[in-house]
Ligand binder design. Structure first.
Ligand SMILES: Nc1nc2c(ncn2[C@@H]2O[C@H](COP(=O)(O)OP(=O)(O)OP(=O)(O)O)[C@@H](O)[C@H]2O)c(=O)[nH]1
Ligand SMILES: [Mg+2]
Length: 229
């Protein structure tokens, strides 16, 4: 039988002004049994995010110029030669290495090409799991990220286009709830007015996808996803 080469996984964490949480996220990633290196990509933080990430053991990449979440992810992927990337947002609350082990396991065992976690919404989890994932916590092979065309590597829509590569290729997906995990919302980070404004702009960008993203990817997603407990 052909022996499978062990997959090398690096964690990529996009972070802009996430000083309250970035160190805990880096620690959780470092403790994940499958992760080799943790790469935090910062562009323009003014609150010591980069220093806190480095002190927690991450390699920090500084991006120049106009930033976005997707461009930060891209810079992280370019800074790594790993076979697979575990992405995690830097604003998570309650994240542990165990959550990340659980996300990575189906991928490492060859049961999923993409495995992702969702926040714990309690009684609403069953519903949230049936939406195409926009979650930042997911593991994918490097080639999947590279297959997203450069013009689609935009701000908050990157996750949708990663989904598109996976679903169009009819590849297996696993999903699981990250028990006890949430994040600092935009309202907490920026205050009510600015926070709602930013959330609104993000939703508007998602809505614009209606004409861009193939509808069938949703059905493919539902067909190819396995919910893990
Ligand atoms: N380096 C970098 N990171 C970013 C940028 N924009 C967002 N991020 C990071 O990407 C992650 C997700 O961004 P959030 O703004 O929390 O987005 P979200 O969680 O999808 O949105 P909410 O549900 O409204 O909080 C966080 O770790 C951010 O710090 C950016 O321009 N540059
Ligand atoms: Mg967030």
């Amino acid at each position: 039988m052909e022996e499978r080469r062990p997959q090398i996984v690096d964690a990529v964490v996009p972070a802009r002004n996430e000083s309250p949480t970035v160190a805990a996220v880096v620690s959780a990633c470092r403790g994940c049994r499958y992760v080799r290196e943790v790469i935090v990509v910062d562009d323009g933080s003014s609150d010591g995010t980069a220093e806190l990430a480095a002190a927690a053991g991450a390699k920090v990449i500084y991006r120049e110029g106009e930033g976005s979440k997707a461009l930060a992810m891209e810079a992280g992927v370019n800074a790594s030669d790993a076979d697979a990337l575990l992405f995690a947002d830097a604003d998570l609350l309650g994240i542990t290495s165990r959550h990340l082990d659980d996300i990575c396991r189906p991928f490492m065992e060859g049961r999923a090409t993409m495995s992702f976690g969702i926040f714990d919404y309690g009684i609403w989890n069953w519903l949230v799991l049936r939406f195409p994932p926009t979650s930042g916590e997911r593991i994918i092979p490097r080639w999947v990220f590279e297959a997203v065309p450069p013009e689609k590597r935009q701000g908050y829509l990157i996750e949708i286009f990663i989904n598109e590569v996976i679903t169009e290729g009819r590849m297996p997906i696993t999903a699981r709830v990250m028990r006890g995990v949430t994040h600092r919302t935009k309202r907490i980070k920026f205050g009510r007015v600015e926070g709602y404004g930013r959330s609104w702009r993000m939703l508007r960008d998602l809505w614009k996808l209606w004409g861009v993203c193939r509808k069938r990817t949703y059905w493919f997603f539902l067909r190819d996803v396995t919910f893990e407990r």
